[in-house]
Write a protein that binds this ligand. Structure first.
Ligand code: ADP
Ligand code: ASP
Ligand code: MG
Length: 412
Protein backbone atom coordinates (compact mmCIF):
# COMPACT_ATOMS: atom_id res chain seq x y z
CA UNK A 1 0.00 0.00 0.00
CA UNK A 2 1.29 3.50 -0.72
CA UNK A 3 1.78 5.55 2.39
CA UNK A 4 0.91 9.13 3.21
CA UNK A 5 1.82 11.37 6.15
CA UNK A 6 -0.85 13.84 7.29
CA UNK A 7 0.04 16.33 10.02
CA UNK A 8 -2.55 18.36 11.91
CA UNK A 9 -1.42 21.43 13.86
CA UNK A 10 -2.89 22.80 17.08
CA UNK A 11 -5.80 24.79 15.66
CA UNK A 12 -6.75 21.82 13.46
CA UNK A 13 -7.24 19.63 16.56
CA UNK A 14 -8.36 22.38 18.95
CA UNK A 15 -11.50 20.54 20.10
CA UNK A 16 -13.38 17.29 19.54
CA UNK A 17 -15.30 18.66 16.54
CA UNK A 18 -12.05 19.65 14.83
CA UNK A 19 -10.48 16.30 15.62
CA UNK A 20 -13.50 14.71 13.95
CA UNK A 21 -13.08 17.02 10.95
CA UNK A 22 -9.42 16.02 10.67
CA UNK A 23 -10.32 12.35 11.09
CA UNK A 24 -12.74 12.58 8.14
CA UNK A 25 -9.88 13.83 5.97
CA UNK A 26 -7.80 10.87 7.08
CA UNK A 27 -10.67 8.48 6.39
CA UNK A 28 -10.94 9.82 2.83
CA UNK A 29 -7.27 9.07 2.18
CA UNK A 30 -7.65 5.56 3.64
CA UNK A 31 -10.62 5.00 1.35
CA UNK A 32 -8.56 6.07 -1.63
CA UNK A 33 -6.03 3.37 -0.84
CA UNK A 34 -3.37 4.79 1.47
CA UNK A 35 -1.91 3.56 4.71
CA UNK A 36 -1.71 6.80 6.67
CA UNK A 37 0.65 8.04 9.35
CA UNK A 38 -1.10 10.90 11.14
CA UNK A 39 1.06 13.26 13.16
CA UNK A 40 -0.79 15.39 15.69
CA UNK A 41 0.08 18.50 17.67
CA UNK A 42 -1.32 19.37 21.07
CA UNK A 43 -4.69 21.12 21.08
CA UNK A 44 -4.09 24.82 20.41
CA UNK A 45 -2.92 26.74 23.47
CA UNK A 46 -2.09 23.54 25.36
CA UNK A 47 1.69 23.64 24.89
CA UNK A 48 1.80 27.31 25.94
CA UNK A 49 -0.14 26.42 29.07
CA UNK A 50 2.24 23.55 29.89
CA UNK A 51 5.32 25.74 29.31
CA UNK A 52 3.75 28.39 31.57
CA UNK A 53 3.28 25.85 34.37
CA UNK A 54 6.91 24.73 34.12
CA UNK A 55 8.12 28.35 34.22
CA UNK A 56 5.92 29.08 37.23
CA UNK A 57 7.31 26.15 39.20
CA UNK A 58 10.92 26.53 38.17
CA UNK A 59 12.23 29.45 36.06
CA UNK A 60 15.62 27.80 35.51
CA UNK A 61 13.98 24.44 34.96
CA UNK A 62 15.56 21.02 34.51
CA UNK A 63 15.11 20.46 30.77
CA UNK A 64 14.31 16.75 31.24
CA UNK A 65 11.30 17.60 33.37
CA UNK A 66 10.31 20.40 30.96
CA UNK A 67 10.14 17.73 28.26
CA UNK A 68 8.22 15.34 30.50
CA UNK A 69 5.54 17.99 31.04
CA UNK A 70 5.49 19.79 27.69
CA UNK A 71 5.36 16.62 25.54
CA UNK A 72 2.12 15.51 27.20
CA UNK A 73 -0.22 17.70 25.12
CA UNK A 74 0.42 15.62 22.02
CA UNK A 75 -0.33 12.36 23.87
CA UNK A 76 -3.88 13.47 24.54
CA UNK A 77 -4.57 14.40 20.91
CA UNK A 78 -3.00 11.19 19.58
CA UNK A 79 -5.28 9.02 21.75
CA UNK A 80 -8.38 11.08 20.93
CA UNK A 81 -7.62 10.97 17.20
CA UNK A 82 -7.18 7.17 17.28
CA UNK A 83 -10.45 6.78 19.17
CA UNK A 84 -12.28 9.08 16.75
CA UNK A 85 -11.02 7.08 13.78
CA UNK A 86 -11.98 3.80 15.44
CA UNK A 87 -15.49 5.16 16.01
CA UNK A 88 -15.65 5.86 12.27
CA UNK A 89 -14.70 2.26 11.57
CA UNK A 90 -11.11 2.99 10.57
CA UNK A 91 -8.53 0.62 12.13
CA UNK A 92 -6.25 3.07 13.96
CA UNK A 93 -3.75 2.97 16.81
CA UNK A 94 -1.92 5.76 18.65
CA UNK A 95 1.82 5.85 19.30
CA UNK A 96 3.86 8.02 21.59
CA UNK A 97 7.34 8.93 20.39
CA UNK A 98 9.13 6.38 22.61
CA UNK A 99 6.91 3.56 21.42
CA UNK A 100 7.89 3.89 17.76
CA UNK A 101 10.69 4.75 18.80
CA UNK A 102 11.55 8.25 17.55
CA UNK A 103 15.22 8.29 18.56
CA UNK A 104 16.64 11.75 19.18
CA UNK A 105 19.75 13.47 20.47
CA UNK A 106 19.99 14.35 24.13
CA UNK A 107 19.42 18.08 23.65
CA UNK A 108 16.32 18.32 25.82
CA UNK A 109 13.91 21.02 24.66
CA UNK A 110 15.58 21.22 21.24
CA UNK A 111 16.40 17.63 20.32
CA UNK A 112 17.06 16.46 16.77
CA UNK A 113 15.63 13.28 15.35
CA UNK A 114 18.39 10.75 14.63
CA UNK A 115 16.49 7.67 13.58
CA UNK A 116 12.96 6.31 13.21
CA UNK A 117 13.05 2.53 12.74
CA UNK A 118 9.95 1.90 10.62
CA UNK A 119 9.52 -1.79 11.55
CA UNK A 120 7.00 -1.55 14.41
CA UNK A 121 4.53 0.57 12.52
CA UNK A 122 5.12 -1.28 9.23
CA UNK A 123 4.32 -4.58 11.00
CA UNK A 124 1.00 -3.14 12.20
CA UNK A 125 0.16 -1.93 8.69
CA UNK A 126 0.88 -5.47 7.46
CA UNK A 127 -1.61 -6.80 10.03
CA UNK A 128 -4.37 -4.54 8.69
CA UNK A 129 -4.03 -1.37 10.73
CA UNK A 130 -4.81 1.53 8.39
CA UNK A 131 -3.75 4.55 10.43
CA UNK A 132 -0.86 5.07 12.85
CA UNK A 133 -1.53 8.20 14.87
CA UNK A 134 1.78 9.49 16.21
CA UNK A 135 2.22 12.16 18.86
CA UNK A 136 4.31 14.88 17.21
CA UNK A 137 7.06 17.01 18.77
CA UNK A 138 8.48 14.24 20.96
CA UNK A 139 11.00 11.43 20.99
CA UNK A 140 13.30 9.52 23.26
CA UNK A 141 16.91 10.43 23.97
CA UNK A 142 19.98 8.27 24.63
CA UNK A 143 19.37 8.91 28.35
CA UNK A 144 16.12 6.94 27.90
CA UNK A 145 14.03 9.98 28.73
CA UNK A 146 11.38 11.83 26.71
CA UNK A 147 12.70 14.68 24.57
CA UNK A 148 10.96 17.45 22.63
CA UNK A 149 12.02 18.96 19.33
CA UNK A 150 11.57 22.71 19.94
CA UNK A 151 8.43 24.76 19.35
CA UNK A 152 6.64 23.89 16.14
CA UNK A 153 8.42 20.52 16.17
CA UNK A 154 5.48 18.42 14.98
CA UNK A 155 6.22 19.58 11.44
CA UNK A 156 9.63 17.97 11.79
CA UNK A 157 8.14 14.77 13.18
CA UNK A 158 5.91 14.65 10.10
CA UNK A 159 8.69 15.08 7.55
CA UNK A 160 10.95 12.65 9.41
CA UNK A 161 8.21 10.00 9.26
CA UNK A 162 7.62 10.66 5.59
CA UNK A 163 11.32 10.02 4.94
CA UNK A 164 11.65 7.05 7.28
CA UNK A 165 8.49 5.30 6.05
CA UNK A 166 8.87 6.23 2.40
CA UNK A 167 5.59 8.06 2.19
CA UNK A 168 4.45 9.32 -1.17
CA UNK A 169 3.86 12.79 0.28
CA UNK A 170 3.81 14.74 3.53
CA UNK A 171 0.71 16.93 3.92
CA UNK A 172 0.85 19.62 6.61
CA UNK A 173 -2.70 20.69 7.51
CA UNK A 174 -2.87 24.04 9.27
CA UNK A 175 -5.03 27.13 9.73
CA UNK A 176 -3.99 28.85 6.49
CA UNK A 177 -4.41 27.33 3.04
CA UNK A 178 -0.74 27.40 2.08
CA UNK A 179 2.49 29.33 2.19
CA UNK A 180 1.93 33.01 1.44
CA UNK A 181 4.19 35.80 0.23
CA UNK A 182 4.10 36.94 3.85
CA UNK A 183 2.05 36.19 6.95
CA UNK A 184 -1.54 36.77 5.77
CA UNK A 185 -2.40 37.88 9.30
CA UNK A 186 -0.16 40.92 8.91
CA UNK A 187 -0.60 41.79 5.24
CA UNK A 188 -4.06 41.26 3.78
CA UNK A 189 -2.66 41.58 0.25
CA UNK A 190 -0.43 38.52 0.82
CA UNK A 191 -0.80 35.94 -1.97
CA UNK A 192 -0.75 32.18 -1.68
CA UNK A 193 2.11 30.60 -3.59
CA UNK A 194 1.36 27.46 -5.62
CA UNK A 195 4.96 26.34 -5.26
CA UNK A 196 7.99 27.40 -3.31
CA UNK A 197 11.52 26.00 -3.44
CA UNK A 198 13.03 24.21 -0.45
CA UNK A 199 15.77 26.86 -0.28
CA UNK A 200 13.35 29.78 -0.11
CA UNK A 201 11.08 28.02 2.37
CA UNK A 202 14.10 27.22 4.51
CA UNK A 203 15.08 30.89 4.63
CA UNK A 204 11.52 32.07 5.28
CA UNK A 205 11.12 29.54 8.10
CA UNK A 206 14.44 30.34 9.72
CA UNK A 207 13.68 34.06 9.47
CA UNK A 208 10.45 33.67 11.38
CA UNK A 209 7.62 32.41 9.11
CA UNK A 210 6.32 29.83 11.53
CA UNK A 211 4.10 28.01 9.04
CA UNK A 212 6.79 25.28 8.94
CA UNK A 213 9.51 24.56 11.50
CA UNK A 214 12.93 25.23 9.95
CA UNK A 215 14.23 21.77 10.68
CA UNK A 216 11.28 20.18 8.86
CA UNK A 217 12.22 22.01 5.67
CA UNK A 218 15.87 20.98 6.07
CA UNK A 219 14.82 17.35 6.34
CA UNK A 220 12.42 17.62 3.41
CA UNK A 221 15.19 19.08 1.27
CA UNK A 222 17.72 16.45 2.29
CA UNK A 223 15.39 13.46 1.78
CA UNK A 224 13.45 14.96 -1.14
CA UNK A 225 10.13 14.66 0.65
CA UNK A 226 7.20 16.10 -1.31
CA UNK A 227 5.86 18.55 1.20
CA UNK A 228 2.48 20.22 0.87
CA UNK A 229 0.96 22.86 3.17
CA UNK A 230 -2.81 23.12 3.15
CA UNK A 231 -5.86 24.12 5.16
CA UNK A 232 -7.62 21.67 7.43
CA UNK A 233 -10.79 23.74 7.08
CA UNK A 234 -11.27 23.39 3.32
CA UNK A 235 -11.84 20.52 0.93
CA UNK A 236 -8.71 19.35 -0.78
CA UNK A 237 -8.39 19.49 -4.54
CA UNK A 238 -5.45 18.74 -6.82
CA UNK A 239 -4.39 22.39 -6.75
CA UNK A 240 -4.93 23.05 -3.04
CA UNK A 241 -2.19 24.40 -0.87
CA UNK A 242 1.44 25.07 -1.58
CA UNK A 243 3.94 22.49 -2.75
CA UNK A 244 7.44 22.87 -1.31
CA UNK A 245 9.68 21.39 -3.98
CA UNK A 246 12.99 21.52 -5.79
CA UNK A 247 13.94 24.74 -7.57
CA UNK A 248 13.86 22.91 -10.93
CA UNK A 249 10.14 22.24 -10.53
CA UNK A 250 9.36 25.96 -10.50
CA UNK A 251 9.01 27.56 -13.90
CA UNK A 252 9.93 31.11 -13.14
CA UNK A 253 10.71 32.64 -9.82
CA UNK A 254 10.46 36.25 -8.84
CA UNK A 255 13.48 38.12 -7.55
CA UNK A 256 11.84 38.30 -4.13
CA UNK A 257 9.27 35.65 -3.27
CA UNK A 258 8.48 36.44 0.34
CA UNK A 259 8.80 38.68 3.37
CA UNK A 260 9.35 37.21 6.83
CA UNK A 261 9.48 38.76 10.27
CA UNK A 262 10.54 37.74 13.70
CA UNK A 263 9.15 39.66 16.64
CA UNK A 264 11.28 37.87 19.13
CA UNK A 265 14.62 39.68 18.69
CA UNK A 266 16.84 41.72 20.97
CA UNK A 267 19.80 43.91 20.13
CA UNK A 268 22.73 43.98 22.53
CA UNK A 269 25.62 46.41 22.35
CA UNK A 270 28.91 46.18 24.19
CA UNK A 271 30.06 49.75 24.43
CA UNK A 272 33.75 50.48 24.09
CA UNK A 273 35.56 47.18 24.02
CA UNK A 274 39.28 46.95 23.29
CA UNK A 275 39.81 46.54 19.53
CA UNK A 276 42.44 43.82 19.38
CA UNK A 277 42.91 40.46 17.68
CA UNK A 278 40.85 37.81 19.45
CA UNK A 279 38.24 40.18 20.87
CA UNK A 280 35.36 38.69 18.85
CA UNK A 281 36.35 35.20 19.99
CA UNK A 282 36.56 36.41 23.60
CA UNK A 283 33.01 37.80 23.37
CA UNK A 284 31.25 35.14 21.36
CA UNK A 285 32.82 32.02 22.91
CA UNK A 286 31.21 32.51 26.35
CA UNK A 287 27.92 33.39 24.63
CA UNK A 288 28.04 30.16 22.63
CA UNK A 289 28.92 28.18 25.75
CA UNK A 290 25.91 29.71 27.50
CA UNK A 291 23.68 28.51 24.65
CA UNK A 292 22.90 31.99 23.30
CA UNK A 293 21.89 31.90 19.63
CA UNK A 294 23.65 34.93 18.24
CA UNK A 295 22.26 35.99 14.88
CA UNK A 296 23.43 39.32 13.43
CA UNK A 297 26.78 40.85 14.39
CA UNK A 298 28.12 44.33 13.71
CA UNK A 299 31.42 45.78 14.80
CA UNK A 300 31.48 49.55 14.62
CA UNK A 301 34.44 51.59 13.48
CA UNK A 302 36.87 51.90 16.31
CA UNK A 303 38.29 55.06 17.78
CA UNK A 304 41.50 55.13 19.73
CA UNK A 305 41.74 51.37 19.91
CA UNK A 306 38.20 50.83 21.14
CA UNK A 307 35.08 49.66 19.37
CA UNK A 308 31.38 48.94 19.89
CA UNK A 309 30.21 45.41 19.24
CA UNK A 310 26.51 44.86 18.52
CA UNK A 311 24.72 41.54 18.11
CA UNK A 312 21.18 40.23 18.09
CA UNK A 313 19.73 37.20 19.86
CA UNK A 314 16.25 35.93 20.84
CA UNK A 315 14.59 38.14 23.46
CA UNK A 316 14.31 35.33 25.99
CA UNK A 317 18.09 34.80 25.92
CA UNK A 318 19.01 38.35 26.95
CA UNK A 319 19.38 37.51 30.64
CA UNK A 320 21.56 34.52 29.81
CA UNK A 321 23.70 36.65 27.49
CA UNK A 322 24.13 39.39 30.11
CA UNK A 323 25.18 36.81 32.69
CA UNK A 324 27.74 35.21 30.35
CA UNK A 325 29.25 38.58 29.40
CA UNK A 326 29.34 39.86 32.98
CA UNK A 327 31.15 36.67 34.02
CA UNK A 328 33.68 37.07 31.20
CA UNK A 329 34.23 40.67 32.28
CA UNK A 330 34.73 39.59 35.89
CA UNK A 331 37.29 37.02 34.74
CA UNK A 332 39.09 39.71 32.77
CA UNK A 333 38.81 38.01 29.35
CA UNK A 334 36.83 40.99 28.02
CA UNK A 335 36.45 44.57 29.12
CA UNK A 336 33.65 46.94 28.14
CA UNK A 337 32.26 50.21 29.44
CA UNK A 338 28.61 49.37 29.09
CA UNK A 339 26.17 46.69 27.99
CA UNK A 340 22.93 47.95 26.44
CA UNK A 341 20.05 45.57 25.73
CA UNK A 342 17.25 46.76 23.44
CA UNK A 343 14.35 44.34 23.55
CA UNK A 344 12.03 46.46 21.43
CA UNK A 345 13.33 45.43 18.03
CA UNK A 346 12.25 42.95 15.38
CA UNK A 347 13.79 41.46 12.27
CA UNK A 348 12.23 41.86 8.85
CA UNK A 349 13.66 39.98 5.86
CA UNK A 350 13.09 39.61 2.15
CA UNK A 351 13.85 36.25 0.55
CA UNK A 352 14.18 35.14 -3.05
CA UNK A 353 16.29 32.84 -5.16
CA UNK A 354 16.22 35.46 -7.91
CA UNK A 355 18.57 37.60 -5.80
CA UNK A 356 21.41 35.37 -6.93
CA UNK A 357 21.20 36.89 -10.37
CA UNK A 358 19.65 40.31 -9.71
CA UNK A 359 21.45 43.23 -8.13
CA UNK A 360 19.72 46.04 -6.28
CA UNK A 361 17.39 44.15 -3.94
CA UNK A 362 18.98 45.57 -0.80
CA UNK A 363 18.90 49.11 -2.19
CA UNK A 364 15.21 48.78 -3.08
CA UNK A 365 14.49 47.42 0.37
CA UNK A 366 16.26 50.30 2.11
CA UNK A 367 14.48 52.86 -0.12
CA UNK A 368 11.09 51.37 0.74
CA UNK A 369 11.83 51.50 4.47
CA UNK A 370 13.24 55.03 4.21
CA UNK A 371 10.08 56.19 2.43
CA UNK A 372 8.11 55.07 5.49
CA UNK A 373 10.54 56.71 7.90
CA UNK A 374 11.67 53.36 9.32
CA UNK A 375 15.17 53.53 10.73
CA UNK A 376 17.39 50.48 10.14
CA UNK A 377 19.52 49.39 13.10
CA UNK A 378 21.41 46.36 11.78
CA UNK A 379 21.64 44.77 8.33
CA UNK A 380 22.72 41.29 7.23
CA UNK A 381 22.63 39.67 3.83
CA UNK A 382 23.20 36.24 2.36
CA UNK A 383 22.92 34.87 -1.14
CA UNK A 384 19.11 34.78 -1.13
CA UNK A 385 18.03 37.11 1.68
CA UNK A 386 18.42 40.57 3.16
CA UNK A 387 17.47 41.12 6.81
CA UNK A 388 17.17 44.29 8.83
CA UNK A 389 16.61 44.96 12.50
CA UNK A 390 14.10 47.76 13.14
CA UNK A 391 12.04 49.05 16.07
CA UNK A 392 9.25 46.63 16.82
CA UNK A 393 6.59 49.31 16.55
CA UNK A 394 7.38 49.46 12.81
CA UNK A 395 7.09 45.73 12.21
CA UNK A 396 3.72 45.64 10.40
CA UNK A 397 4.51 48.81 8.51
CA UNK A 398 7.87 47.45 7.36
CA UNK A 399 6.38 44.12 6.23
CA UNK A 400 3.63 45.89 4.28
CA UNK A 401 6.01 48.42 2.72
CA UNK A 402 8.32 45.65 1.50
CA UNK A 403 5.41 43.57 0.24
CA UNK A 404 4.37 46.58 -1.85
CA UNK A 405 7.89 47.50 -2.96
CA UNK A 406 8.51 44.04 -4.42
CA UNK A 407 5.01 43.85 -5.89
CA UNK A 408 4.25 40.60 -4.14
CA UNK A 409 0.49 41.10 -4.46
CA UNK A 410 0.99 39.92 -8.05
CA UNK A 411 2.77 36.70 -7.07
CA UNK A 412 1.30 33.24 -7.55
P1 ADP B 1 0.03 24.90 13.30
O1 ADP B 1 -0.54 25.05 14.66
O2 ADP B 1 -0.91 24.29 12.32
O3 ADP B 1 1.38 24.25 13.29
P2 ADP B 1 1.28 27.52 13.09
O4 ADP B 1 0.60 28.57 13.89
O5 ADP B 1 2.51 26.91 13.64
O6 ADP B 1 0.20 26.40 12.74
O7 ADP B 1 1.62 28.08 11.62
C1 ADP B 1 0.62 28.65 10.83
C2 ADP B 1 0.69 30.17 10.93
O8 ADP B 1 1.89 30.63 10.32
C3 ADP B 1 -0.38 30.90 10.19
O9 ADP B 1 -1.56 31.02 10.97
C4 ADP B 1 0.25 32.25 9.86
O10 ADP B 1 -0.17 33.27 10.74
C5 ADP B 1 1.74 32.01 10.10
N1 ADP B 1 2.57 32.42 8.96
C6 ADP B 1 3.69 33.19 9.05
N2 ADP B 1 4.22 33.41 7.85
C7 ADP B 1 3.44 32.76 6.95
C8 ADP B 1 3.50 32.61 5.53
N3 ADP B 1 4.47 33.17 4.79
N4 ADP B 1 2.55 31.88 4.92
C9 ADP B 1 1.56 31.31 5.66
N5 ADP B 1 1.46 31.41 6.99
C10 ADP B 1 2.39 32.13 7.66
N1 ASP C 1 2.71 21.57 20.31
C1 ASP C 1 4.06 22.01 20.00
C2 ASP C 1 4.13 23.52 19.96
O1 ASP C 1 3.13 24.18 20.19
C3 ASP C 1 4.57 21.39 18.73
C4 ASP C 1 3.79 21.75 17.48
O2 ASP C 1 2.62 22.12 17.58
O3 ASP C 1 4.35 21.62 16.39
O4 ASP C 1 5.18 24.05 19.77
MG1 MG D 1 3.31 24.98 13.73
Amino acid sequence: MPRLVMKFGGTSVADLARIANAARKVQREVESGYDVIVIVSAMSGKTNELVGWVDAVSPLYDAREYDAVVSSGENVTAGLMALTLQEMGVPARSWQGWQVPVKTTNAHGAARIEDIPPDNIAAKFAEGMKVAVVAGFQGIGPDNRITTLGRGGSDTTAVAFAAAMQAERCDIYTDVDGVYTTDPRIEEKARKLDRISYEEMLELASLGAKVLQTRSVELAMRYKVRLRVLSSFEDVTETSGTLVCAEEEIMESKVVSGVAYSRDEAKMTLVSVADRPGIAAAIFTPLAEAGVNVDMIVQNISEEGRTDMTFSCPTDQVTRAEKALDEAKAKGTINYHGLIADKDVCKVSVVGIGMRSHAGVAARMFQALAAEGVNIKVITTSEIKVSVLVDRKYMELAVQALHDAFELENAA
